[in-house]
Design a binder for this molecule. Sequence first.
Ligand code: FAD
Ligand code: SF4
Length: 511
Amino acid sequence: MSAPRILAVVLGDQLERQSSLVTGLDRARDGVWMAEVAGEAQTVWSHRARIALFLAAMRHMRDDLDAAGYTVHYRPLGEHAESTLEAALAADLAALRPARVQVTEPGEHRVRQALERAAEAADLPLEIVSDDHFLFDLAAFDRWASDRKAMRLEHFYRAARRSTGVLMDDGQPAGGQWNFDAANRKAFAKAGPPPLPEPATFPPDALTAGAVADVRAHFPNHPGALEPFDWPVTPDQARAALADFIDNRLPAFGDFQDAMWTGEPFLYHSRLAAALNLKLLTPGEVMASAEAAYREGRAPLAAVEGFIRQILGWREFVRGLYWRFMPDWLDWNALGAEAPLPDLYWSGDTAMTCLRETVSQTLQYGYAHHIQRLMVTGLFALLAGVAPRRVHEWYLAVYVDAVEWVELPNTMGMSQFADGGLMASKPYAASGRYIQRMSNYCQHCPFDPSRATGPQACPFTTLYWDFLARHRERFAHHPRTALQWKNLERYSGQQLRAIRDQAERVRASLG
Ligand code: FAD
Ligand code: SF4
């Protein structure tokens, strides 16, 4: 076989069949390179469903490219000696001797560096192709961000609505309002949610079953269940999952976006993040389906706006931030948090019902919805003073949709305030009362969210007041946070000492 002119590296989260990298190839002269390497599942200790999802989706992409007449150099797990992407690519560049090597902008800084090193070792420049999956390229984001000190989603989102025309009528936001957040924060009544529509599921075909079996054989000690494995792994399945969400759950998505309920991991959420992040779906098609539901009267504007804000706003926004501030972001620790990640994050073994529910469902499905991530696991780590880097590694490992460009800003910026306010104007700090308001978890818990001390004190509430006291200097006089910190005045010095002692006992018990 003659050496390829271009070797196009396709990574596990770049499975868009119509990407400009793939469509730009000459099938007669160029080749595609894909590799399954154990190291990518081990830089963080990945959930087994996350590994299976990547492998299954990659294998379907390989077969589609094969069928379309591309030459695919595919390195399956266990059939080559290299355990890292860098080593596998270096070995194949030496063997295949392409004239050029190309890749779409990777989703992780570390991976980009590894590919650059492999190309350099082969004496080839790595040509990086802009990722046209996203609505805004990185240069456009940098132009928007260049003279701003603080990066606020709301500013970015409005500019994005204007420039794309999404949910706009004659240059004005549909319904005359940019933001329906106030309408989108309902909790369920005492009886809980009505019977919920089951989300569309995709039982494994032979290819996916093979990927699941390989994960079982190669990663026996990794966390997380492999069954049921029913995530979409092809573009067709992803589109079916999108249609199911739009028809059955989008209308109530807005109202109950922030609500949580025992035994209900998905509620009205879309479960589309993994399909989007592996690029089985484009953000454009997802938003067009949601907007059509509003225009045709099938979903209320507040729900559709709330959903589109996540895709057009948050998703694009965090990607721009990630690339603007990496790799520095990895080392930021504005609150000086140094504690290890509590063991319960890997087992769910705790009497705290909210954490037990959220971690158990995470280990079962590789899924938790946004408020569970932000206001249960994220909040507890923030209040307990866990080192942000350790928190980041956990989130990157345990969710099927975890890719670093989206996970890291959400974790280290939004949830842990490690960036000192670049992304969020104040820490997302709250007591157990927030969880009580938004869920039924506290009804099944031995602790009482209104107590900060004593045997029944809710650990969130104890750690919350201790957090405020520990960071009083920094936040008590800032206009955005002074009001929240003023609440500390209701406690005497003696009460604060009791809270501090109890907080120390809580932290010591975490392992
Ligand atoms: P839905 O609630 O149905 O939302 C619709 C879509 O909007 C999602 O599929 C996702 O593509 C997008 N979206 C929603 N919120 C965000 C957000 N804050 N940032 C970017 N996109 C968003 N999302 C990931 O895709 N991968 C991650 O690794 C990830 N890690 C997170 C870590 C923390 C600490 C937090 C607080 C959030 C994280 N998120 C992450 C954002 C969000 O929690 C998930 O996108 C969402 O829970 C996925 O479930 P869903 O598809 O049902 O989303
Ligand atoms: Fe969580 Fe505290 Fe409520 Fe228990 S009482 S579920 S620990 S918030």
